[in-house]
Design a binder for this molecule. Structure first.
Ligand code: PBG
Length: 327
C-alpha cells in the first residue's frame, strides 16, 4: 500500500457514513407520476404489461392523484385514452375530450398543491396512431401537425394544466406551442420539451396502456438510438425555441445522453423512465430474479447521478415512500 495509507473503504463502513457521503439521491419531490385516464370507464382497469399501473376512470383518477400528492410526489403527467379516434386526433383538442376534462377535474381537486402536467401529442387520439397529421400519401406532415399542437396546447392550458409536454418530435413544436400559448394569454404555462426522444422498443407497454392504434413505427420522427450529438442539437433548438425544461427519454439506456445534455444547457433536465424500463424490472422481480425495491432505487439513483433532476417514473409513489424510509 502507498503511504499515507489511503482507504476509500473508511467512508463505506456504516450505513450512517454511507448516507452522509452519498453524492446523488433522488428526492420524492423530484419524482413525477405518469397517469392514464380512459373515457367511459366506471372502474379502473389494470394494464397487463404494466403490473400495478391502471387506466383510471375520472373518479379513480382524482382519488389516486390526491394519494400521490399526499405521498409526496412532485408532479403528475396525465395521458388520455379516448373512446373514439379519428384521422386528425380531434379528441385531443376538444375541450370535452377526455384529457382536457380530466385536467379540469384535477385542477379543481389539486389546485397548486402539485405540478399538473399533460402529454401534448396526437398519438392517443388519432385512428392511425401517429403523433402527427398525415399527408394524403400517409407521411407525417410536420407543419400541419404544429398547428394542431398549438390548438391542443391552448386547450390544455385552458383546462388548467401547469406544464405542457410536447412529445411528438415535430421540428419547431416548442416555438409553435409557445407562440400559441402566449397569443392566448397563457404566458405562465410552462413547456417541458420532450427534447430527446428515441424510437425505442421500451415504449411497448405504454402502447398497451393507451391502446395505441399504431401500425409500423415512429422512426421518421423519433431519434435513432445510435445518435448522441443529434440529441444535443435537439436540446439546443428546444431551449432556443423557449423550452422551460427539457427531457430525455427513455432514461436508463441513455444515461450518457442525460449527462451530455446536463453539461450543455442550464434549464432543468428531466428524464422519463419509460414503460418498458418499468415492465422489464417488474417481470424479473416477479420471477424472483432481482430484488425489486433495490433495483427500483438503483435505477432512480443512476438516472439522478447521470444528471436528471426530475424523473418521470411509474414507481413515483412507491419510490417516494422507499426513499423516505431509507434515507
Ligand atoms: C407519446 C408518448 C409516448 C410515451 C410518452 N408519450 C409513446 C410513444 O412515443 O410511442 C411513452 C412512455 C412510456 O413508454 O412509458 N404520446
Amino acid at each position: 500500500m502507498p503511504y499515507p495509507d489511503i482507504r476509500p473503504r473508511r467512508l463505506r463502513r456504516t450505513p450512517a457514513l454511507r448516507r452522509l457521503v452519498a453524492e446523488s439521491r433522488p428526492a420524492p419531490a423530484e419524482l413525477v407520476l405518469p397517469m392514464f385516464v380512459k373515457e367511459g370507464l366506471t372502474e379502473p382497469r389494470p394494464v397487463g404489461s404494466l403490473p400495478g399501473v391502471l387506466q383510471h376512470s375520472r373518479d379513480s383518477l382524482r382519488k389516486a392523484a390526491v394519494e400521490a400528492v399526499q405521498a409526496g410526489v412532485g408532479g403528475i403527467m396525465l395521458f388520455g385514452v379516448p373512446a373514439r379516434r379519428d384521422e386528425t386526433g380531434s379528441g385531443g383538442i376538444d375541450p370535452d375530450g377526455i384529457l382536457n376534462v380530466a385536467l379540469r377535474d384535477l385542477t379543481a381537486e389539486l389546485g397548486d398543491s402539485t405540478v399538473l402536467m399533460s402529454d401534448l401529442c396526437l398519438d392517443e387520439f388519432t385512428s392511425h396512431g401517429h403523433c402527427g397529421l398525415l399527408t394524403p400519401d400517409g407521411r407525417v406532415d410536420n407543419d400541419a401537425t404544429l398547428a394542431a399542437y398549438a390548438e391542443m396546447a391552448v386547450a390544455q392550458a385552458a383546462a388548467g394544466t401547469a406544464v405542457v409536454g410536447p412529445s411528438g418530435m415535430m421540428d419547431g413544436q416548442v416555438a409553435a406551442v409557445r407562440r400559441a400559448l402566449d397569443a392566448a394569454g397563457h404566458q405562465d404555462t410552462t413547456i417541458l420539451a420532450y427534447a430527446v426522444k428515441y424510437a425505442s422498443a421500451f415504449f411497448g407497454p405504454f402502447r398497451d396502456a393507451v391502446e395505441s392504434a399504431l401500425q409500423g413505427d415512429r422512426r421518421s420522427y423519433q431519434q435513432d438510438p445510435a445518435n448522441l450529438r443529434e440529441s444535443l442539437r435537439e436540446v439546443e433548438l428546444d431551449v432556443a425555441e423557449g423550452a422551460d425544461l427539457v427531457m430525455v427519454k427513455p432514461a436508463l439506456p441513455y444515461l450518457d445522453v442525460i449527462a451530455a445534455v446536463r453539461d450543455r444547457v442550464d434549464v432543468p433536465v428531466a428524464a422519463y423512465q419509460v414503460s418498458g424500463e418499468y415492465a422489464t424490472v417488474e417481470a424479473a422481480a416477479a420471477n424472483g430474479w432481482v430484488d425489486r425495491e433495490q433495483v427500483i432505487l438503483e435505477t432512480l439513483t443512476s438516472i439522478r447521478r447521470a444528471g436528471a433532476q426530475i424523473i418521470l417514473t411509474y414507481w413515483a409513489v412507491e419510490a417516494a415512500r422507499l426513499l423516505r424510509e431509507r434515507y
